[in-house]
Design a binder for this molecule. Structure first.
Ligand code: FES
Ligand code: FES
Length: 123
């Protein structure tokens, strides 16, 4: 998990709590007793990227990388809920997270690629 604004505005700290994307900078750890908590650390490792991370790497979905952990977690939640998102839905979801580099087009491309990879994995 990465912190940035620490005010619930940027989405860099997006974490899945019971499957839902949440700005975790506004959540007290003690309130999560018994909850499922997924952070970007659970997606893969430098030597073994997860499919969403691979998609971001392939499509240049990060420039400075500051927003990337939150975008990866947001994408994970989006694809679980909507495995075949259209462009409008992708834009709507990622608009909640800030990329200061304005790299939203490549982030959208990355989300579409992540959906493709997930489709390939499902067979
Ligand atoms: S660091 Fe949590 S929303 Fe910005
Ligand atoms: S790539 Fe995330 S803030 Fe620019």
């Amino acid at each position: 998990m990465k912190a940035s604004c620490e005010r619930g505005v940027c989405g860099a700290c997006t974490t899945l709590i019971d499957g839902a994307p949440v700005a975790s900078c506004g959540v007290f750890a003690f309130s999560l007793d018994g909850a499922s908590v997924e952070t970007v650390e659970g997606q893969g490792s430098a030597d073994d990227l997860g499919p969403v991370q691979r998609a971001f790497a392939e499509c240049g979905g990060f420039q400075c990388g500051y927003c990337t952990p939150g975008m990866v977690m947001l994408t994970t939640a989006l694809l679980r809920e909507h495995p075949e998102p259209d462009d409008e839905l992708i834009r709507s979801w990622i608009s909640s997270n800030v990329c200061r580099c304005t790299g939203y087009q490549m982030i959208s491309d990355s989300v579409r690629r992540a959906a493709e990879l997930a489709r390939e994995e499902r067979g």
